[in-house]
Design a protein around this ligand. Structure first.
Ligand code: TRP
Ligand code: ZN
Length: 883
């Protein structure tokens, strides 16, 4: 039962930051593990901060049973409430605090603090979970070395892990044992971790650049040992890459990764003991897709890179979250670009940025990369902090160049190692190392919203004038915006499609700017112009390619024609913009279909040329041959101020796929057959790219032809890896092909004992857009493979239905909204963090036509009206509602 009837909704403000009143010199923790009564003894050395000499002694603490405390050996009686404890009587400037608390891991369904997942003890402390383990100044600017002693039953917890290096272990009477761990590097409490249970490890070694030996271990449940190779390989490549690209070596003798089944997010960078959602560790060719492999690689790298950007240098307060997350996402993207195809990785990152972050930035949840207030910090692990945060670092990289960037980062590591820092300190390293002023650039951290840049061109037969203007709409709490620094990489092509001006970066930093491209001594060069030029010419007009590589995270308004887009799709030398031209063309075609027109021949012919171009990478072709996403089209309609009805959008997209399948049948079939990857499955990017294009061809053929549906049925039977098996199954199901139900049943029989594969089986059905979606999804929640208390399972059914089945979720009768709300209401008291995150599915309610809009609004209000609704969900939904 919930007790907190009115959750605290008073925001914490950046401007109120005060340094801690007490520093921690060192921490000794002792755990006596038991499922419903774990005893925690903390021995902490405190030292007064003379700058805050008048402050009382206060520690955070939640859901703890207090069993007594002593200061320098003398018992004390602190005042205790829901949020922590306080001692107001005078205290010495330095003292030893000993405190005993009891906690109940078994009852901890929130998956924050110490909890039990399938009999395995594990912790999640970021952001404020440590206070559910013991009373502590649970804030990232309090850093200390930790020593941890764990004790438990050998039979229940044969393996007991914590941060740092193992220093002692031994047997105890009554079938018990203990282990002692020491982490010499001072760290904030959010990086503390403990894992205990029946685990086996897959071991390896790594020799650092300076010759130190590091033991590497990936811990999994018995039976999963064979599924760790790729995570281990990714870890070793990440370690080497950080040495080469950033000069950063690992700093302990041991690095461990543990896979757990019940986890709120992807993974966590606890010092020396990263804890992962098992979905991002376990992989075998038969059970994991190419996408799973790519995500494992990226997330292993991300968490490893946090060792420097996050752990050695951490955040002063949670407002600075992007300091570690934006930078670390940028680093993992650089790594993936180096390990795979840079162009393909960039396109994928931008697709994700637009789908998640632009959506956030346009709606009621818009907030700056560095927010200035929050109610519940867990609600700020957002696409804006992570992905837009990474784009900001990327723009810095563009502005100062690779050498300047490396110099700035070297200075940052050198100057701030061991500290808890702010964005200003980070920025200052760039200013000093590169001799630039980033005062205006810093608006990227402070202003919410996606800038819209309008580009207009005029050509007088000799000079092309480019007029740029920027605009930033108001966002919640930010009415007036200032102009941003927008680095636009651009190039120009001649009328015959050859590049006449190579990529160059023009920076827009005022509301408007004008540039001229003209020829002198046979070469085309850019210069500043005073205004728009005359538009009199047609002959010889250069074609611009603007925002190459998506150099700035903006919306670009180009007044381009479909002919112009088709030209860039055919000729641009920048692969990102080549894909971008195809994407814009696809969006225009979708609009024309919704307006009743036939599917453009020029469009399908343009895509056919891409498909048949031998110079292009299959992975890139697979991306170009994708049709626009339904949510993307909904957002696009909304930006044209058209109220959204998801049904015609779905119809348009299906029509486009069917038209491609039918018209390109011979070329698609030829590509499909030529792309068979011989031999044993390998997850490398090149093979994955071939599979991606081959499976795209199969899906389009199935959308357009009966032969394509038969092909999918054959492919399902023949598949020898999960990528192909799942792609074939999804095709059969989505196109309602003969044998789809039998294939679903066969897949279930084959994989019912593999929980991660069952997640795929559930999501594939939750996505099925065909009539009857609501009943099918409701039935899935009754299925034995579903377990609503496991976040992966909940997301696979309820989350996927809401995010990836637009016609089902937005069913005109409101049944989809009601279904999702009912589940959010049920999950909230059990796991508020995951509930609040999923409540974001309602953030776009304003886009929709009035019937749906009102139904969404009333569901939002119904959830908000639930007694005892968590602080997390209350904050998200009241922001969404605009209260
Ligand atoms: N710091 C983690 C990362 O980005 C993410 C994280 C924050 C997290 N809070 C969490 C993970 C809670 C799991 C649960 O790598
Ligand atoms: Zn991170």
């Amino acid at each position: 039962m919930r007790t907190d009837q009115s959750p605290q909704q008073t925001p914490t403000q950046l401007k109120d930051y005060l340094p801690p009143a007490w520093w921690v010199e060192d921490v000794h923790l002792a755990f006596d593990l038991a499922p419903s009564a774990t005893l925690v003894t903390a021995k902490i050395q405190f030292r007064r901060n003379p700058d805050r000499a008048d402050a009382p002694f206060e520690l955070h603490g939640r859901k703890l049973t207090f069993r007594g405390a002593k200061i320098d050996g003398a018992p004390v009686e602190p005042e205790i409430d829901e949020e922590g404890l306080k001692i107001t009587s005078p205290l010495p400037d330095s003292f030893t605090w000993v405190c005993e608390t009891e906690i109940d891991p078994q009852a901890n369904t929130e998956l924050e603090g110490l909890y039990l997942s399938n009999g395995m003890y594990c912790t999640q402390c970021e952001a404020e979970g440590f206070r559910k383990i013991t009373f502590y100044p649970d804030r990232p600017d309090v850093m200390a070395p930790f020593t941890v002693r764990i004790e438990g039953e050998v039979a229940a917890v044969p393996v007991m892990l914590s941060n740092g290096n193992p220093v002692a272990r031994g047997a105890l009477p009554d079938g018990r044992h203990f282990a002692v761990w020491e982490d010499p590097w001072p760290k904030p409490a959010y990086l503390f971790a403990l894992v205990a249970g029946e685990l086996v490890s897959h071991d390896d070694e790594f020799t650092t650049a300076s010759g130190r030996e590091v033991k590497l271990q990936v811990f999994v449940r018995p039976g999963d040992e064979q599924k760790c190779d790729y995570a281990m390989d990714s870890l070793k490549r990440s370690m080497r890459w950080d040495e080469v690209a950033y000069g950063r070596e690992y700093d302990l003798d041991l690095f461990m990764i543990v896979a757990v089944e019940d986890f709120n997010m992807g993974a966590m960078e606890n010092k020396g003991l990263n804890i992962f959602n098992s979905k991002y560790v376990l992989a075998s060719p038969e059970t994991a897709t190419d996408l799973d492999y790519a995500l494992i690689e990226a997330i292993v790298a991300h968490e490893y890179f946090h060792n420097w950007t996050g752990n050695r240098i951490t955040c002063r307060d949670w407002f600075q979250l992007c300091l570690k997350e934006g930078l670390t996402v940028f680093r993992d993207q650089q790594f993936s670009a180096d390990e795979r195809s840079a162009a393909v990785q960039r396109i994928k990152a931008v697709k994700q940025l637009r789908a998640r972050q632009f959506r956030e930035d346009e709606g009621p949840l818009a907030h700056p990369v560095r927010p200035e207030e929050y109610v519940e910090i867990n609600n700020f692990y957002t696409a804006t902090v992570y992905e837009k945060g990474a784009e900001v670092i990327g723009m810095l990289h563009t502005l100062v160049g690779a050498k300047g960037y490396r110099k700035a980062l070297d200075l940052y590591f050198d100057r701030h190692d061991g500290q808890a820092c702010t964005i200003e300190q980070f920025r200052l390293c760039f200013e000093e190392a590169c001799g630039i002023d980033l005062g205006q650039f810093a608006l990227w951290w402070g202003q919410a919203g996606t800038p819209r840049v309008t580009a207009r061109e005029s050509w007088d037969g000799e000079t092309l004038t480019l007029s740029l203007a920027q605009e930033l709409q108001p966002t919640p709490g930010q009415e007036d915006k200032k102009p941003m620094v927008i680095p636009l990489a651009l190039g120009a092509l001649g009328p015959d499609g050859t590049e006449i001006a190579a990529t160059e970066v023009l920076t827009l930093s005022m509301l408007e700017a004008h540039y001229q491209l003209s020829q002198s001594d046979g070469s085309w060069t850019w210069s500043a112009a005073s205004g728009a030029g005359a538009d009199t010419g047609a002959e010889g007009r250069p074609r611009l390619s603007i925002n190459r590589g998506f150099s700035a995270p903006i919306m670009l308004d180009r007044a381009e024609t479909n002919e112009g887009r088709a030209f860039l799709l055919a000729h641009d030398t920048d692969p990102f913009n080549r894909w971008e031209a195809g994407r814009e063309l696809g969006i225009e075609i979708a609009h024309s279909i919704m307006a009743g027109e036939a599917v453009s021949e020029a469009w399908s012919t343009g895509l056919e040329r891409v498909l048949e171009d031998p110079a292009l990478d299959p992975a890139f072709k697979a991306l170009v041959l994708d049709v626009p996403g339904e949510d993307e089209l909904a957002g696009d309609l909304a930006s044209r101020e058209v109220p959204v009805d998801p049904d015609p959008i779905h119809q348009a997209v299906q029509t486009m796929r069917a038209a491609l399948g039918l018209r390109l049948q011979p070329a698609l079939k030829a590509a499909h057959d030529a792309l068979e990857v011989p031999g044993a499955y390998s997850p490398d990017a090149e093979s994955a790219g071939k599979r991606a294009l081959r499976n795209r061809a199969m899906t389009l053929l199935a959308a357009g032809t009966y032969a394509g549906k038969k092909l999918a049925a054959e492919r399902f039977e023949a598949a020898n890896n999960m990528t192909d098996q799942l792609a074939a199954l999804a095709t059969l199901v989505n196109y309602g092909a003969e044998g789809a139900d039998a294939a679903l049943a066969a897949f279930y029989e084959q994989w019912k004992s593999d929980s991660l594969v069952m997640d795929k089986w559930l999501s594939l059905q939750a996505m099925n857009p065909n009539p009857g979606a609501m009943d099918r999804v409701a039935a899935l929640t009754e299925h034995a493979a579903f377990n609503w208390q496991n976040p992966n399972k909940f997301r696979s059914v309820v989350g996927v239905f809401a995010m990836a089945n637009p016609t089902g979720f937005h069913a005109a009768d409101g049944s989809g909204y009601r279904f999702v709300s009912d589940w959010l209401i049920k999950l909230d008291p059990v796991n508020p963090q995951t509930t609040a995150r999923l409540a974001g599915v309602f953030e776009t309610w304003r886009r929709y036509e009035v019937g749906r809009r009102e139904k969404m609004q009333s569901e939002i209000q119904r959830i908000l009206g639930q007694p005892g609704l968590s602080r997390n969900t209350t904050e998200i939904l009241s922001r969404i509602a605009g209260d």
